[in-house]
Design a protein around this ligand. Structure first.
Ligand SMILES: Nc1ncnc2c1ncn2[C@@H]1O[C@H](COP(=O)(O)OP(=O)(O)OP(=O)(O)O)[C@@H](O)[C@H]1O
Length: 329
């Protein structure tokens, strides 16, 4: 299976004393795919990444990379993976080029291939003008690029990135995300993050982990369509909107109404949740006007990935929704 660089995780658990850092985790990543491993702090992301990269053993369960068991066949696995830990160990006094050459050597790249592999990693990570600079003199963003460069310098088919954009400024975040996207296709990538936009911008699929358990695995689009019934309208209305509520509730396609009058006593925000695929906008507007109410604003709303995420990790009903025009952060 030479071209196999899939990742396969089954019933994986890691128990520390009485704490289950991860519990019965299942997911897989196909060759060439990018999977985002999304979860809040303490969810178990780092633990999973460390097991996959062979740094710690699982308590129970199986993890395979390219068909090799990460624990039983760790040498085969290490040869095939590049790992960016949360805090990559960089040698501050080495130059970028010196450090990458050193890493290439310890990762088993032959002396003849080393210079070209180092050049390739430097190119990919846009480190050319820093190649002779000592790592301690680099900004956080450049250090992170060196971290990614050390993960890819031996050209591994599988790349494991633990929170690759944490601590970077917005410009650096965009650069690192573009770099990750440019690695897709030729590499199988798993990246962990607690930032939602990261997965919708970078990943083909998302595994959402919370309190050590995977609560959903799907494409960002499918996760959002799971909650399509919470699409609807938000209106700003002047007058007694509560009087119109029973009539609004009888309109075809309307499933739920919530009225918020807290900010201004004369005006209210009316949030209307619709049944899947229903578009009763015209009927809603007509009803509001026919009831003698002032209609100041009306816009469509739909769930965002954030709503899905919050819904999955809080196990509460979905209330928040965002304007259709607003991008996902
Ligand atoms: N060596 C350890 N000993 C005891 N508990 C641990 C150990 N490592 C992790 N844990 C616990 O396991 C849980 C998962 O931790 P983990 O670091 O995997 O989460 P994470 O999703 O990576 O979080 P973060 O984003 O904050 O790094 C946490 O409750 C953590 O306290």
């Amino acid at each position: 299976m030479d071209n196999d660089s899939s990742i396969y995780v089954e019933h994986l658990s890691k128990i520390y004393g009485s704490t289950a850092a991860i519990q019965d985790v299942d997911f897989s990543v196909a060759t060439g795919e990018i999977l985002g491993f999304l979860g809040p702090n303490g969810a178990g992301k780092t633990t999973t990444m460390r097991i996959l990269s062979g740094y710690i053993p699982a308590t129970t369960g199986t993890a395979k990379i390219a068909g090799y068991d990460v624990h039983e066949q760790s040498m085969e696995v290490r040869r095939r993976i590049g790992y960016l830990p949360e805090n990559p160990p960089l040698y501050p006094d080495m130059t970028v080029e010196g450090f990458l050459t050193f890493v290439a050597r310890i990762k088993g790249v032959s002396a003849g291939d080393r210079a070209s592999k180092v050049n390739f990693a430097i190119e990919r990570c846009q480190l050319k003008e820093k190649r002779k600079v000592a790592i301690r003199k680099l900004s956080k963003g450049y250090k992170q690029r060196v971290g990614i460069a050390q993960a890819i310098v031996h050209d591994p088919p599988v790349i494991i990135l633990d929170e690759p954009t944490v601590g970077l400024d917005p410009k650096q975040i965009i650069e690192v995300r573009n770099l990750i996207k440019s690695l897709a296709g030729q590499h199988t990538i798993i990246l962990s993050t607690h930032i939602l936009p990261e997965v919708s911008m970078t990943c083909d699929r998302v595994a959402i982990i919370n309190r050590g358990k995977v609560v959903a695995t799907d494409t960002p689009d499918n996760l959002m369509s799971q909650l399509s019934e919470s699409a609807g309208y938000e209106l700003e209305v002047e007058g007694d909107a509560t009087g119109a509520q029973p009539l609004l509730e009888t309109l075809p396609g309307v499933s739920r109404i919530a009225i918020d009058r807290s900010e201004n006593r004369d005006r209210a925000i009316v949030r209307i949740t619709c049944q899947p695929n229903a578009e009763p906008g015209r009927e809603i507007a007509n009803l509001i006007v026919s009831q003698g109410l002032g209609l100041y604003e009306m816009r469509r709303t739909r769930p965002t990935l954030e709503d899905v995420f919050l819904n999955l990790i809080t196990e509460e009903s979905v209330v928040p929704s965002q304007e259709i025009e607003s991008d996902n952060q």
